[in-house]
Design a protein around this ligand. Sequence first.
Ligand code: WAQ
Ligand code: MG
Length: 270
Amino acid sequence: MRASLRGRHISGAEGLFEAPEVQKAAKRYIKRALTHPKGRPDEITITVEVLKTPPLKTASLPVWTIRSGSTKKARGIVKSVLSANGISEKAQNAALSLLRAGGTVRGAALIEKTTGKRLDKEPLRGLRVSRLGIQKGALGSLSARLSKRGINTDTVKEAIVLASKVASAPGISAELCISDDPHYTTGYVASTEAGYLRVPCMKRKGSKSGGRVFFTEPGADVEKIALYLEKRPVMVGSVSPVGGIISLDELSHISHSKPRGGGGDSRKNK
Ligand code: WAQ
Ligand code: MG
């Protein structure tokens, strides 16, 4: 689904559904476009297509919320998680300044993790992750786990599904995301190793900044990454644990003392 007002992007969303679910899903997408906080669109496009290849299965990333308290602390948290994932200072700064500018890329920017160089070819478009979804049973168990933590919203679920597909992509090392919604100030940093780490206070309330950055391994094949993220159908088929609010110190303690479990076995579909 794509919705716009006088040519300005309002809302976009995608999913994979069993045939009998398609009508209901389309209805939900239209409702969502018509009730979007960014305004009432004057154009909504719904595209429905049959998959030509069966979807790959992946597990959702394990979820944690990192206690932050201020935008300064949030940035510090993001930087230490990215550093732990081998993202250079240069690449971190390139990403943070792109996201701070906000609203300039419709999709995600690809940034090389050592040089900090932007690799995707169309600066305003970026890369649009598509053909992703979650199986009905997995959605039920993800919703239940998120509910226990008080965060069972479409925004959170869709971001987890997207981040899980991105983390499963060949050549991607980590992701950084800040919502472009002025009132949604929680962002996340994600990778196969770190999981999906929600970080509150990523920006000040009312700020229009936001966007997504995918950090690539050095020498990664950009075409191959784009093909995987934009075209390859991937579905979350199993769900990893959803943790509560924790400090980064406490988290590193947990992840060092015991291996992460809960259905994360088939996560890397490389
Ligand atoms: N592919 C690539 N980039 C995308 C896509 C996509 N399918 N959808 C959105 N983006 C980019 C685009 O630049 C947007 O401006 C930016 O991401 C943010 O999109 O755990 O709501 O839909 O509490 O505003 C994250 C935290 C919320 C959720 C993310 O993103 C949580 C969010 P938004
Ligand atoms: Mg948004």
